[in-house]
Design a binder for this molecule. Structure first.
Ligand SMILES: [Zn+2]
Length: 401
């Protein structure tokens, strides 16, 4: 979203124009009284007659974890969650942005807990989903967090079936012997493109990232009395062998690329004890803590916690035993996703408190570059700087260009 201020003193009162959410305001073009286009002059309003600002909705949020009962779930979710549902089996933890005003995300992050096999199922691609009035299809990826020795997943078929054969195999249950079951263990990554016939076996805890969609077509449900969708499944399934295990790619000392496709990038990050990082969330970004702990801008996070971020930078102060996280985001591979801020966490935290800006922020006005800001800026890479008003009701930040 781009706004133009017609006068240097007529600041935009953005809170009237935008939803009540934190925003990032960045001058992208300025015209001075002498006609020059000096962006730096936009910080000296006296000489500027026109400024164009780019405004982005910012978010760094500790995601809410919703437990979802499922017939194939488990009762004790520890160590992933302390939720104690009243005896009912929980099959999913679904992470959502907190707050009823939050816009829907395009990705869904879940934990899956299985004590029995899930249905043998398939998801539509975007084209098919849209042909039946849905917003998008469902491509998903899994990361195995824990697995019993006999745990397995199914992906694709042993041989290609005709639609009639697939219908028959779903109806008589013989599809359980036609899918390709593979043993999995902790740390495995699996890519499940839309159209792939698949199932998850018992004894697994899996982190799943997927396009936001509930379009699941069940071919077979192990005798559970839930609805099947065999005709839809036949219409969308690639009823033959599928690729299987993903070979992760080490990108840096800390980043391992698990899966990258048109809908999301899925990475694992391994951060050393007491180190400090800046996570670049250019677009919608989810971080799930799978081991260790850390402190982020908004909260302390540990195993089973998730953070949602968008158009923002998440400072991560890693705890004493390090942190392993899964990061999923839209918009293609981000080369500078993770930057070492190079300062011990304690020192950076102290410096942060020395940075003072204006106490209210109602328009596109940058806080002054105070001595404290300069001190901080000299110590930390500039791209990690953010300003936070201590008293503003909204969490406003200004990122210096
Ligand atoms: Zn699925």
């Amino acid at each position: 979203m781009i706004f133009k201020s017609i006068s240097s003193v007529a600041h935009l009162h953005l809170s009237r124009l935008l939803p009540r959410c934190p925003i990032q305001v960045r001058p992208i073009r300025a015209v001075g009284s002498d006609g020059s286009e000096d962006l730096a002059a936009a910080l000296c309003p006296k000489y500027v007659v026109s400024v164009e600002y780019e405004v982005k909705a910012l978010a760094i949020e500790h995601a809410r974890a919703h437990t979802v009962p499922k017939p194939w779930g488990i009762v004790d979710l520890r160590p992933w969650s302390n939720a104690r549902p009243d005896g009912s089996a929980i099959g999913e933890i679904r992470y959502e942005r907190p707050g009823s005003e939050a816009a829907d995300t395009s990705l869904l992050l879940k934990l899956l807990f299985t004590s029995q096999p899930l249905s043998i199922q398939v998801h539509p691609d975007d084209a098919y989903a849209q042909s039946i009035g849905l917003q998008n299809g469902k491509t998903e990826a899994w990361y195995v967090l824990s697995a019993t020795p006999e745990a397995k997943v199914a992906l694709g078929l042993k041989r290609r079936l005709t639609p009639q054969q697939l219908r028959q195999a779903g109806e008589d249950g013989s599809i359980t012997n036609l899918v390709v079951w593979q043993a999995v263990s902790q740390g495995d990554s699996i890519f499940v493109p839309a159209g792939t016939i698949h199932a998850i076996g018992a004894g697994l805890v899996i982190a799943e990232i997927q396009q936001r969609s509930d379009a699941t077509f069940r071919l077979f449900d192990h005798g559970r009395q839930r609805e099947l969708h065999i005709e839809n499944a036949i219409a969308v399934a690639d009823a033959g062998p599928a690729g299987f295990r993903v070979i992760p790619t080490r990108l840096t000392d800390t980043r391992t690329l698990l899966i990258s496709n048109a809908h999301f990038v899925f990475e694992r990050i391994d951060l050393a004890p007491n180190s400090e990082w800046c996570l670049e969330a250019k677009q919608e970004t989810w971080l799930l803590i799978v081991d260790g702990s850390a402190r982020t801008v908004s909260s302390d996070v540990a195993k089973g916690d998730a953070v949602f971020a968008q158009s923002d930078r998440v400072n991560i102060h890693v705890g004493a035993i390090g942190m392993v996280g899964l990061v999923a985001y839209t918009g293609g591979l981000v080369s500078d996703l993770l930057q070492h801020s190079g300062l011990p966490a304690e020192m950076a935290a102290r410096r942060l408190q020395e940075v003072h800006g204006p106490t209210s922020f109602t328009g596109a006005t940058a806080p002054q570059r105070t001595d404290a800001w300069r001190l901080f800026n000299e110590s930390v890479p500039a791209r990690c700087i953010h300003w936070q008003s201590p008293s503003a009701s909204l969490r406003n930040r200004y990122l210096y260009p």
